[in-house]
Structures are given as C-alpha cells and as structure tokens.
Design a protein around this ligand. Structure first.
Ligand code: 13P
Length: 299
C-alpha cells in the first residue's frame, strides 16, 4: 500500500471515532516493531522518527536523510495505511530537509517561538509541504517538563483556544499539538490533563488535535479525548523502556561467551535487538487497541 497522507488518516479516524498512534521509532528495529504491530492489529498507523532527543550535530550531518532512507522502504511495503512523520524538527530547515528526503508529514516544535516567527515560518512550511502533498503539524502552548520525581509546570502554558484558532487560520496547518496538562517524557505516573480545556480548543480550532506525551496520558481519559478532538496520540518513552528492558533481560541471560555475529545485526531469532523489537511490538499493540485503531485498516 502506498504512503497515505496523514490528513487522510485523520479523516478516517475522526469519522470512525478512534485515535491514530504515532509510535516513535529511532532505528530500523524499532520502526519494524511499530509496523509489525500495526499489521498484526490491522490498524492504520503513523510511522516515524523524532528529532527532540537526537543529537543536533548528527541530524545536521545527514541524520534526517538517513532516517528517511530507513523509513521509506518500510512504509512503502506496509500492508496497512501509514504516513511517515519527521517529528519535532528543531527548525524550518530540518523540516524542509525531511520533506525533500521523503517524509510525507512533518512537525516542528514551535512552542517556544515568538508569535510572529511562528506564523511566518510555519506558513512557509505549510506552503512547501502542501506543494509536495505532505502534511504539517505545529504546536502552540508549552508542555510541562518531566523532572526527577515528577512534573515541573513552572514554564508550562496551556494552549489558548482563541490564539490557536487564529494560528490555524493564518498558517493553514493540518493539525495542532496542544498543551492541556499533558507531559512529555514522564517515566512514571499520569499527567493531570484538563479535558474541558481540550474541548474548548477543539470548539475554536476545529482541526484534528494531537496529544504529545502519550506515555503518561491517563488511559481512562482516552475516549473523551478522542470525542474532544484528538486524532493522534504521540508515544515515545514507554516504547524505549520496553525495548531496553528486553535487552537487559536478554543480555543478563547470556552465557559467558556468545557469537557476536549471531547476536548483533543478524536479524535472526538470536539477534539481541530482536528481543527489544518483540517487546516493543507488544507495547505498540496494546496502545493501538487503547486508541481504538484495531481492525480499522482499509485497502
Ligand atoms: P512520551 O515520550 O511522553 O510518550 O511523549 C512522546 C511524544 O510526545 C513524542 O512527540
């Protein structure tokens, strides 16, 4: 199945009353885990990679093009509808490079930008992306930070509904990431999300909304969030944790001597990274079910 515009995934998700998962990968094994899970669930999914935690120097030195090179062949042979997203590009240039390299959706973390810069640069990105049939996600408002032992909301700001509506009108973005108490990168516990505020944003903006910080999004709040405009849930931390825990367990079960060719890069059952892939795929399947995406793939 060819790549599908992210906007088309949202149209189907809104009509069907479910959310699409963007389950963030970082290499070929983790990307294969997401696709294998989506195919097993017969669910549409957003594949992709994030820039937030990647070295800026590496991204500059061809990292974005390398990620596109990993993602495109896999996305093109997907048996379920997929989009390929470059998430949280640091700036306009990175996002454009992502589009040139083949991502069909980009998100720029514009949450810390001044209003004028955000309107100007995101509008430019939208024109660039739409001319190539690609989609753009932007963010307004600041998420609280995950800190050791909890949440620091001292620099957080909820997305303002009126401002978000004007931003959407002026830039032409396809979807908006919101700040409603959700927290990025929290390793334990759930974020205190304000679903009344989410609904107020959706009433004004009317575009598909995106919930970052999926790891700590309270599972019981998912149905109301979807009814309140969320079309996409972004998840990262819990996936890396599941991958890493499987690696740790595998390594600790090894005998003193192992054959390095068998355990690294063989892509056989003996491959250490396959253990991570398997554990991550199980987690992705759980999340796809939580968002109601199972069995929603179309041909
Ligand atoms: P978590 O790592 O908190 O799940 O958030 C991921 C995310 O929002 C990526 O954009």
């Amino acid at each position: 199945m060819p790549l599908v515009p992210m906007t088309e995934l949202f149209v189907q998700a809104r009509a069907g009353g479910y959310g699409v998962g963007y389950l963030e990968a970082w290499d070929s094994y983790s990307l294969e885990a997401v696709l294998a899970a989506a195919e097993a669930e017969q669910a549409p999914v957003i594949l992709g990679f994030g820039c937030m935690m990647a070295s800026a120097a590496w991204l500059e030195a061809g990292g974005i093009e390398m990620l596109a090179g990993l993602g495109l062949p896999l996305a093109r042979r997907a048996e379920v509808p997929v989009a390929l997203l470059l998430n949280e590009a640091h700036n306009l240039e990175q996002a454009k490079r992502g589009l040139d390299a083949g991502f069909n959706a980009v998100m720029v973390d514009s949450s810390a930008w001044e209003w004028d810069r955000a309107v100007r640069e995101i509008s430019e990105l939208v024109a660039y992306a739409h001319a190539r049939g690609a989609s753009v996600e932007a963010e307004l408002g600041r998420l609280p930070d995950a800190v050791k032992g909890g949440i620091d909301d001292s620099s957080a700001a909820l997305t303002d509904p009126e401002q978000a509506a004007e931003f959407a009108r002026r830039t032409g973005i396809d979807c908006l990431a919101v700040s409603v108490g959700n927290v990025h990168l929290l390793t334990a516990g759930y974020a205190p999300v304000d679903l009344d505020h989410l609904e107020a944003i959706y009433r004004k903006v009317g575009l598909p909304l995106v919930m970052h910080g999926g790891t700590s999004f309270p599972p019981q709040a998912v149905p109301r969030a979807i009814a309140g405009g969320v079309a996409k849930f972004n998840v990262g931390t819990i996936l890396k944790k599941s991958f890493l825990e499987a690696l740790r367990a595998q390594v600790s079960s090894w005998p003193e001597q192992v054959n390095p060719h068998e355990v690294l890069g063989s892509h056989k059952a003996t491959d250490l990274l396959n253990a991570g892939k398997k554990a991550m795929a199980a987690e992705v399947r759980r999340l796809i079910r939580l968002y109601g995406g199972s069995g929603r793939a179309w041909r």
